[in-house]
Design a protein around this ligand. Structure first.
Ligand SMILES: [Zn+2]
Length: 440
């Protein structure tokens, strides 16, 4: 009933008010409650209300909890003798009552028989707040600001709202706090795209709003996609030696849907993730493997549209080769290869690096291990070439061809036996893949 009237009030645009219990104040007796909203079944958070009754004069005090119709749901103290200005304290566990607003009703009868009353509302709320996360405005931006808006019709109201930002593969990057309006129904913030003081790099991100209500219950929205696109300075990396006992087995080109799919399946079976640098033309043609790779949480990077020797092309064509791959991935799976770019054959000149940066790629990913898998060595030989060169944080360049695809399960076992766990670039970099250097 209460919830229905609150929803109705929200629909009508009336100010949110769970205060269906009318407060009563008195000079002779005061009551306070901490917290004013609580969840009796919560484990870690405040799960009882601490109630303090302070009489101004001596007499006897009766304190009860009433529901909204005035019926007593629990008696905390009956005709208790009290001394002036000496508080008495109760706790109320809210056991067995429905969610709602209750009244702490204290009655003081003094020596002359004069009766004084106070009523203070307290909210029992065991329900996670529903979270409505408004459309991002804009959903495609260079540097922000992006308007973040979230609302709830929660019984106790929002105490805090934050928006968690994750990569498209759900690597957590950071959170933006959203200012909550005084009535606790909504919050809005113009977010400047900074997380931990660093500006978010170009790419596609998943944003979710989380609301914690005043009783400590937590609700989270579905994800919304944010696209960031602007020119950056690209940096070449060959390996990530600080990443620990991990190795990035990466696969380029993706010319065959079957071989591409087979590698995706092999990593899924091994409970590991990898990275694909596919050409846009293959992304366009191999959509089932594309989607399987994304669904399994693998990282993708750009490898240009048609696999040209980039230094032979003028700037404008180099940019459009990279942009073509970006557009292909967005069309197929609403994802972006940014911030990872790998030029075909590793060939690059200053123009290539400028084109990659201008197209939004912060990392030009080369390698420190090349087993020449395109020459289709026998499986044992291919594995041996990798393990003999692999070290902590190595990046291994391979190709999504039939011979390599058939070797992947054996290769994963071999690097694990060497003490190196195969990881995607997202997993190896973590959040730092997505954040610009401080001050940029
Ligand atoms: Zn290639």
């Amino acid at each position: 009933m209460l919830a229905a009237s609150l929803i109705l009030a929200a629909l009508m645009g009336a100010p949110f008010s769970p205060r269906a219990v009318v407060p009563v104040t008195s000079a002779a007796v005061t009551a306070s409650v901490q917290p004013a909203a609580f969840n009796p079944s919560a484990m870690a958070r405040a799960h009882v209300a601490k109630i303090t009754i302070t009489p101004a004069t001596a007499g006897t005090a009766t304190t009860v909890i009433e529901n909204q119709t005035g019926a007593i749901v629990e008696t905390l103290g009956s005709a208790i003798p009290v001394v002036a200005a000496t508080p008495i304290e109760y706790t109320w566990a809210g056991t067995g009552v429905a969610d709602g607003v209750y009244g702490i009703h204290s009655t003081l009868t003094d020596a002359q028989g004069v009766v004084s009353e106070t009523v203070v509302p307290v909210t029992v709320d065991t329900t996670a707040p529903g979270v409505s996360f408004g459309a991002l405005r804009p959903a495609l931006t260079k540097r922000g600001p992006v308007a973040l808006r979230a609302s709830t019709d929660d019984l106790s109201g929002a105490a805090s709202i934050r928006v968690d930002v994750a990569s498209q593969t759900d690597v957590p990057i950071g959170s933006a706090d959203v200012a909550v309006g005084a009535d606790g129904t909504s919050g809005a913030t113009d977010w400047n795209l900074r997380l931990r003081k660093r500006l978010l790099l170009p790419g596609v991100y998943r944003l979710r709003a989380t609301i914690t209500d005043r009783a400590g219950n937590i609700g989270t929205s579905d994800a919304r996609l944010l696209r960031v696109d602007r020119a950056v300075t690209t940096r070449i990396i060959y390996s990530l030696p600080d990443a620990g006992n991990v190795i990035a087995l990466t696969f380029d080109d993706c010319g065959s849907n079957r071989d591409f799919q087979r590698i995706v399946s092999a990593f899924r079976a091994a409970k590991a993730q990898t990275t694909f640098f596919c050409n846009g033309v293959n992304v366009r043609d191999n959509t089932s493997a594309d989607r399987a790779a994304i669904a399994a949480g693998n990282t993708i990077g750009s490898h240009t549209w048609l696999h040209p020797q980039m230094p032979t092309l003028p700037y404008g064509e180099q940019v459009s080769q990279i942009r073509g791959d970006v557009d292909a991935w967005w069309k197929v799976a609403k994802v972006s290869p940014a911030p990872f770019f790998r030029p075909p054959y590793g060939l690059h000149n200053a123009t290539t690096l400028r084109a990659a940066g201008d197209a939004g790629f912060a990392w030009t990913v080369l390698w420190d291990v090349d087993p020449s898998d395109y020459l289709t060595p026998p499986p044992g030989e291919l594995v041996q070439r990798v393990v003999s060169k692999a070290r902590k944080g190595s990046i291994v360049v391979m190709h999504a061809n039939a011979n390599t695809a058939a070797t992947v399960p054996q290769l994963i076992r071999a690097v694990r036996a060497q003490g190196l766990e195969p990881k995607s670039l997202d997993q190896m970099f973590g959040a730092s893949a997505y954040l610009a250097p401080l001050g940029s």
